[in-house]
Design a protein around this ligand. Sequence first.
Ligand SMILES: [Zn+2]
Length: 97
Amino acid sequence: MKFKLKNDKFRKSRGGYSRLLEISCSSCNTKLFKYQKDGPGIIKRLYVDRIYLEVSGSTIKCENCKRLVGKLTVYEKENRPAYAIQSGAIKKKIVKL
Ligand SMILES: [Zn+2]
């Protein structure tokens, strides 16, 4: 699979540096989706426009074990929909491009 990372104002406002992550459920290790992380620091929320999967609804759950992973919110500074990550619910691995 070939991924092209998004390069837009959100990436630029975080210094222009991005990585692709594989996000998994920390309970059962099921792979959930790939995610573009922009800028340094830890992941606090999953921006909807950075999730490489069709997501909708007010929550994200692990399809396998049904653990609650994220709750939909809006990051007000950017008026940008994002899922707030439930504490300890995900594991992440950097995907080499
Ligand atoms: Zn799970």
